[in-house]
Design a protein around this ligand. Structure first.
Ligand SMILES: [Zn+2]
Ligand SMILES: [Zn+2]
Length: 236
């Protein structure tokens, strides 16, 4: 199980099912220490709730609820749909390719676009699901660029669970991250409640490639909260 899960959608994403408090209740029940609510940026049609960002605090001082957004790539120059007024409220910023972006452009194009996004948006903390088969990227080039930017690459449990990628692709991603000394974040990408904190599909792959523990930003709850604090200055 993931102690602090950095990738969770609430009912404010069009694809999410649950309220923040329902997610909190389940997270506590299964022994998690926190999660980030990372609803999609506006290009996917959901809603970023201003009250959540400006006023919400976790009702449980022992359970961290982080404020995040999973932004979408918007164009070939690497623009993302981050509404600037939310930046100062963010604990964590995720970014990835989603169905608003054209498919079929090829690995070279998607790699260049993601590298441009990291250059243009140094506040991006985690690149989500780069092993999504619909948007192939060069894992070595991405891992090198993410490591240089201090960002982490996501190891996404849902992409294997459902399956939108393969274990072989996830292993190739991990091997590239290990070689480039790029940090990874193990995340569930929760949309339905039973997915919260779940790493069952990816945990065996981390062991298979003997992935260095120190490169996993959320290997413990303390490490996860440290990562958030390390990156905070980039959002102010
Ligand atoms: Zn996503
Ligand atoms: Zn997501």
């Amino acid at each position: 199980m993931i102690a602090v899960d950095f990738h969770v959608h609430s009912i404010f994403s069009l694809c999410g099912l649950h309220t923040v408090l329902e997610l909190l209740e389940h997270g506590r029940t299964i022994g998690m220490r926190g999660f980030a609510v990372t609803d999609h940026g506006p290009a996917l049609g959901g809603r970023l709730n201003t009250v959540f960002f400006e006023r919400f605090v976790s009702p449980d001082p022992h359970f961290g609820i982080l404020k995040g957004i999973e932004c979408n790539l918007l164009d070939r120059e690497g623009a993302i749909d981050l509404p600037g007024e939310y930046l100062r409220f963010l604990d964590i910023l995720l970014c990835g390719f989603h169905h608003n972006f054209p498919k079929g452009l090829g690995r070279q194009a998607y790699t260049g676009i993601m590298l441009a996004a990291l250059r243009r948006n140094p506040m991006v903390d985690i690149v989500t699901h780069p092993n999504d088969a619909a948007y192939p990227v060069d894992y070595g080039a991405l891992a090198e660029a993410a490591a240089a930017a201090g960002a982490a690459i996501e190891l996404n449990n849902s992409k294997l669970r459902y399956p939108r990628s393969t274990p072989a692709e996830a292993v190739a991603l991990l091997v590239a991250c290990k070689e480039m000394r790029c940090r990874v974040a193990v995340c569930s990408d929760t949309h339905a409640i039973h997915e919260l904190g779940d790493d069952a599909a990816v945990a065996p792959l981390l062991r298979q490639v003997d992935f260095p523990q120190e490169l996993i930003v959320n290997r413990t709850a303390a490490a996860a909260f440290d990562f958030v604090e390390q990156r905070r200055a980039l959002k102010r």
